[in-house]
Design a protein. Structure first.
Length: 367
C-alpha cells in the first residue's frame, strides 16, 4: 500500500519512527509530510525509512495567501499521489488536517490518526470534524482504547505502542560501579509534573548515597517556578548526586542516559486523573522502550501496563523508603517485559493489521 504519514505540529515526533519502521517492514511505501521544525529530529531515520519527505509550514504567522497556496499544493499532491491511507500523527486541532478531513471524508484515501488526549472528544468542538471523517482512531496504550470507545462510540479505537527509537551515535557516559541512576525525562515544567515533590525528596535525601538523580530536560525559560527549582537544585549540599541540564539535551545523549539508567521516575501530581483516563505520559513509553521499572505515584497502580513494571510511592517518606530499598537490593528485571506485547515483531504486526484494515475494511485487525 501507499501511505502518507502527516505531522504539521512541532510535537509528537517520538511517535513517527515506530510507525515508519512498522510500515516499511510491513512492505508498504510511506511518504512523510511534516512541519519543517521536525527536519533535524527526523534526519537520523527519514531518508532510510520513508519513500520521500516534504515539509509544509502552516504556522499562524505565515502570510495567509501563502498558507492557502501551500495547502492547495498539499491537497493536489495527496490527491494525485493515489494514497491508500493517510495517517495523522496528531489527529486533532490542526486546521489543515480538518480541511483534509472534509475533502477526503471516509473515501479514498482512508483516514486514521493518533489521538494523544482523549479529553478532546468531550471538550473540543473541532474534534467532531475528525470523528466524522475517521472511522478509526489510534491511541498509544491499550487502556486508552476503552476510554475512547466510551466517549465516542461511533468510532473504533485501536492501540499501538510507539516504543522503538533509532540507534543514535554512542555517547560515552561515566557511571561509577555501584551507582544507581534514576532519570526524569522531559523539560522541567510544573504544568504536568510535581517538581516541588522532587525537590522535597532531594532535600531530604542522605548526603552519603550511591544514588544519582538525572533530570533529562532543561527548565522551561518562561516558567518562573521551573527557574526557581533550578536555583534550589544548585544550592543542594551534594551537587554530584543530581544532574541538571540547562540546555536542550541532544537525542543521542538523552537516549544514552535512559539506556544507562536503573530506573525512570515519573513525578506526576498524585491525583492527576488525566493520565488515568485520557492520555499517557512520555516517560511511560520510554520505560517500556528501554525495559526500565517506572517509579510513579500510587494512584497509577490501577493502570494495567504499570501493575507489573511500576514501583509505587505515596508521599516523600514513602518515596525515600523505596529508594533506600532499591539502593540496597539486587535489581530484578521485570518479568512483564518478557511478554510478546513488548516485542517489536508483535507491535509491527499489530500496527500493520490496523492500517491494512483501513484500506481493506473486510480485514480483521489483531485486536
Amino acid at each position: 500500500m501507499k501511505i502518507g504519514l502527516i505531522e504539521f505540529t512541532s510535537y509528537h515526533e517520538e511517535c513517527l519512527y515506530s510507525q515508519l519502521r512498522f510500515l516499511r517492514d510491513g512492505g508498504h511505501h510511506v511518504e512523510l509530510f511534516l512541519n519543517p521544525k521536525l527536519k533535524n529530529q527526523v534526519a537520523p531515520y527519514a531518508a532510510e525509512l520513508a519513500g520521500g519527505t516534504q515539509y509544509f509550514d502552516f504556522s499562524s504567522r505565515t502570510f495567509l495567501p501563502k498558507r492557502i497556496g501551500r495547502f492547495i499544493k498539499l491537497f493536489r499532491t495527496l490527491k494525485r499521489g493515489r494514497f491508500d491511507v493517510l495517517i495523522f500523527n496528531t489527529a486533532s486541532s490542526n486546521k489543515e488536517l480538518m480541511l483534509l478531513c472534509l475533502l477526503f471524508r471516509r473515501g479514498t484515501p482512508a483516514l486514521t490518526g493518533t489521538l494523544h488526549n482523549l479529553r478532546k472528544l468531550r471538550q473540543s468542538a473541532s474534534q467532531k470534524v475528525f470523528s466524522k471523517a475517521l472511522s478509526h482512531y489510534l491511541v498509544l496504550s491499550d487502556y486508552l482504547a476503552g476510554t475512547g470507545q466510551a466517549l465516542s462510540p461511533q468510532n473504533t479505537f485501536l492501540s499501538y505502542y510507539a516504543i522503538f527509537f533509532p540507534e543514535y551515535p554512542e555517547v560515552p557516559l561515566e557511571k561509577p560501579a555501584g551507582e544507581m541512576w534514576v532519570c526524569i525525562p522531559g523539560a522541567i515544567e510544573y504544568k504536568r509534573r510535581d517538581y516541588d515533590f522532587v525537590l522535597q525528596v532531594l532535600q531530604a535525601m542522605p548526603q552519603s548515597t550511591n544514588l544519582k538523580i538525572i533530570l533529562l530536560g532543561k527548565p522551561e525559560p518562561g516558567d518562573p517556578r521551573a527557574l526557581a527549582f533550578a536555583d534550589a537544585i544548585a544550592k543542594l549540599p551534594f551537587p554530584k548526586a543530581v544532574k541538571l541540564f540547562h540546555q536542550f539535551v541532544p537525542n543521542a545523549e538523552f537516549h544514552a542516559y535512559l539506556k544507562a539508567a536503573d530506573y525512570i521516575w515519573l513525578p506526576l501530581y498524585e491525583h492527576d486523573a488525566a493520565y488515568l483516563k485520557y492520555k499517557i505520559s512520555g516517560p511511560m513509553n520510554l520505560a517500556f522502550a528501554y525495559r526500565k521499572p517506572l517509579l510513579c505515584p500510587q494512584s497509577m497502580a490501577v493502570l494495567p501496563d504499570l501493575q507489573e513494571v511500576g514501583l509505587f510511592y505515596q508521599g516523600p517518606e514513602s518515596f525515600l523508603a523505596l529508594l533506600t530499598r532499591l539502593a540496597t537490593e539486587t535489581r530484578k528485571e521485570a518479568n512483564a517485559f518478557d511478554r510478546p506485547k513488548w516485542t517489536y515483531e508483535y507491535q509491527m504486526r499489530n500496527y500493520n493489521a490496523i492500517v491494512e484494515s483501513m484500506a481493506h475494511p473486510s480485514k480483521k485487525t489483531a485486536h
